[in-house]
Design a protein around this ligand. Structure first.
Ligand SMILES: [Ca+2]
Ligand SMILES: [Ca+2]
Length: 111
């Protein structure tokens, strides 16, 4: 099916001055076009990326934070089951490590 990522909302940022986020699917960066998008707490950014994904499976999108001086951080991942069309649906970020602070919400649709 076609999965359209609609938007991403930051509920709690990982870095005190906001995060520099990008999304990966299947090992590839899928959003944004540049290196990253800056985001702060309570901000929501439009994504509008549509992907072909397998039907009735679990698909995972990784949320990364870009860092200039150190390795980029994997903030966590969004996993959804592609068995429902319609939406919009919302999926919460699953933290990568216990004690991580980042909290994000991904809004998507299935067609
Ligand atoms: Ca970082
Ligand atoms: Ca950063």
């Amino acid at each position: 099916m076609k999965l359209r990522l609609v938007s991403i909302k930051c509920n709690v940022n990982d870095e005190s001055d906001g995060d520099e986020i990008y999304l990966k699917y299947d090992g590839h960066k899928i959003w944004p076009h540049g290196l990253f998008k800056s985001i702060k707490m309570n901000e929501e950014l439009e994504i509008d990326v549509t992907l072909d994904v397998p039907d009735d499976e679990y698909v995972t999108f990784e949320l990364w934070d870009y860092d200039l001086l150190s390795r980029n951080d994997l903030l966590g991942s969004f996993t959804m089951r592609t068995n429902e069309k319609g939406g919009p649906f919302q999926t919460s970020l699953k933290m990568e490590r216990l004690g991580d602070t980042a909290s994000y919400l991904l809004t998507w649709e299935g067609n």
